[in-house]
Ligand binder design. Structure first.
Ligand code: C2E
Ligand code: CA
Ligand code: CA
Length: 576
């Protein structure tokens, strides 16, 4: 057994020969017998070591055993140590009581019976061992409750605790507290491309680097994922805080060597300072987060102080924008599919892929909630590629499942359409996923085509030559002209749902739809009516000779599993 694992027992006697004898009796490989010859030596040793038990002689020259016991009882560090008095003086009751009064657990008389003392010591050693075990278990539970198991940094709970303390201290002493809210740039990339093991290693290394900046009063915590926070107390000026922030950025930008990889990440830091940016944890955390979004928006790998100028709208927008930019990596987008029916055969002829965003806190968001922002920020191009990829993978899955001639339509934004590589990426994806181009239909609006007038025709012909279908979406809402339609390789026209809405009552709408259908048919184009919600609308459109129907009457957009149920059953309501 290692010395450090042995259990300490202290034996105290002013006569060395007694100590020697007692030491012999108690000699045991599990025990570390420590000897003291006086009361003072006893007191000193108890501060140095943990003892499972003290065997304490009563009669000693400097102070008697009772006095020593009383002094030990009086101190927090030593009042738990069991004491057995060992004495030759008197068996009179009053001594025994005195011994118990001063906290003794037992009383033994010289000459000592070796068997008795060994068995008593054994009992106390065992008690001590069990107590230690319980303490260790409690400690590890505590660690679990307050520390992040991966990085061993304080977790969110302990972070709040420390922050509360730091604020209370700052309030009393009129000092400032700075909160640095940080997350890693490009962490997700490392995690996804090099695997979680490497991702975990990176988080550990990052934590180590963070720890390097801190002074004793500061706290760095891991709040979750790649989110960290630092509490800096007593940094009397904003200048000091910015020095720390810049150091953190510089240090985290240094490459990390993990297993066989070298990778670089950065960090964006938002800073909120008590008392100017908030009086309590909630406000300060929010301010620091806002500042961090701002930092990310400023191109990442920089720090920003919170400022009042970041008003609520900009803040929410920045936060939302930041979340939107993470949505692909975080796998938060989903495609729903709305079937398009051929009313006479009551058959599903195609599906329109419609994007949804499963937002971590706001729930399932509809395109109207985020597509405008995505267009404004240009992120729509990435979304477009994601949609094409997902839809092509889905086509392939359905083909494998036996739905050979399924066709899926995706919505293409003007920005994607205007970019040469935006369209190239679609043909690349088709090749990668090995699907027949005829299974894919692109929905383009009139304005989308007009905005790219010069290249539109060329691009569309190239795609058409591959076999890709085109549909004009929301037809009737733009500058629809026959001439325009004639020049383009189009397969289908989708009548905007605003014309369908009142078609049974509104003569104008009815006339427009009649004209669109006639014109489309004269050009050998199929016509789809969008937004068909009632049987009356369906019957009316049927009479006008509309080829295909899309709308809530047959089916709302559905997640894949629900759509597959519908595909297998083809539960289509009867038409008139
Ligand atoms: P859209 O291309 O006109 O898509 C049809 C919209 O009409 C869908 O709205 C659909 O849920 C809704 N709809 C279908 N049937 C009915 C009905 O019977 N009644 C009513 N009132 N509405 C019906 P959603 O899914 O909210 O999409 C809105 C728009 O967002 C789409 O209009 C499209 O312009 C855009 N969008 C959706 N997904 C994507 C995408 O993946 N990429 C791009 N760039 N835009 C998308
Ligand atoms: Ca559409
Ligand atoms: Ca439409």
């Amino acid at each position: 057994m290692e010395d450090s694992e042995k259990i300490n027992v202290l034996i105290v006697d002013d006569r060395p020969e007694n100590l020697l004898a007692l030491g012999e009796i108690l000699n045991d490989s599990e025990l570390n017998i420590i000897k003291a010859e006086s009361g003072n030596e006893t007191l000193a040793l108890t501060l140095e070591h943990n003892f499972a038990l003290i065997l304490l002689d009563v009669q000693m020259p400097d102070m008697d055993g009772f006095e020593v016991a009383e002094l030990l009882r009086g101190k927090k560090e030593t009042n738990h140590i069991p004491i057995i008095f060992v004495t030759a003086i008197s068996k009179e009751q009053k001594y025994i009581f005195k011994g118990y009064d001063s906290g003794a657990v037992d009383y033994l008389f010289k000459p000592i019976d070796p068997d008795i003392i060994v068995s008593k010591v054994r009992i106390f050693v065992e008690l001590y061992r069990q107590k230690k075990l319980i303490e260790e278990q409690t400690n590890s539970l505590e660690r679990l409750a307050f520390y992040d198991p991966l990085t061993h940094l304080p977790n969110r709970t302990l972070f709040f605790d420390r922050f509360t303390q730091a604020l209370a201290h700052a309030k009393r002493s009129n000092s400032i507290v700075a909160l640095l809210s940080m997350d890693l740039d490009r962490f997700k990339k490392v995690n996804d491309s090099l695997g979680h093991d490497v991702g975990d290693l990176l988080l550990k290394e990052v934590s180590e680097r963070f720890k390097g900046f801190l002074r004793s009063g500061d706290t760095v915590a891991r709040l979750g994922g790649d989110e960290f926070a630092i509490i800096l107390s007593d940094n009397s000026t904003a200048y000091n805080v910015s020095i720390v922030a810049q150091k953190i950025i510089d240090t985290i930008s240094e490459p990390f060597h993990l297993k066989d990889y070298t990778c670089s990440v950065g960090t964006s830091i938002g800073i909120a300072v008590y008392p100017s940016d908030g009086n309590d944890i909630e406000h300060l955390t929010k301010s620091a987060d806002i500042a961090m979004y701002h930092a990310k928006n400023e191109g990442r790998n920089n720090y920003q102080f919170y400022s009042e100028n970041l008003n609520v709208n900009t803040i929410e927008r920045l936060a939302f924008e930041n979340e939107l930019h993470k949505a692909i990596d975080n796998k938060e987008f989903i495609l729903f599919y709305q079937p398009v029916f051929e009313p006479h055969r009551k058959k599903i002829v195609s599906m329109e892929a419609l994007i949804r965003w499963q937002h971590p806190s706001r729930g399932l968001l509809q395109p109207g909630d985020f597509i405008p922002l995505a267009e404004e920020t240009g992120y729509i191009k990435k979304i477009g590629i994601w949609v094409a990829q997902r839809a092509c993978k889905q086509i392939k899955e359905w083909q494998k499942a036996g739905y050979k001639d399924i066709r899926v339509a995706i919505n293409v934004s003007a920005q994607q359409f205007s970019q040469k590589d935006g369209m190239k990426s679609i043909s690349r994806i088709i090749k990668e996923e090995e699907i027949s181009p005829g299974c894919l239909e692109l929905e383009l609006t009139e304005s989308c085509i007009l905005e790219n007038e010069d290249n539109a025709t060329v691009t569309m012909h190239e795609l058409r030559n591959l076999g890709i279908h085109h549909a004009i979406d929301d037809f009737g809402t733009g500058y629809s002209s026959l001439k325009f339609i004639k020049q383009l390789p189009i397969n289908k026209i989708k009548i905007d749902r605003s014309f369908v809405k009142d078609i049974t009552e509104n003569k104008d709408d009815s006339a427009i739809v009649t004209a669109i259908i006639a014109m489309a048919h004269s050009l050998q184009l199929k016509v789809v009516a969008e937004g068909v919600e009632t049987k009356e609308q369906l019957d009316y459109l049927n009479r006008l000779g509309c080829d295909e129907i899309q709308g809530y009457y047959f089916s709302t957009p559905l997640p894949v599993d629900e759509l597959e149920e519908l595909m297998s059953e083809e539960k289509v309501p009867a038409t008139a």
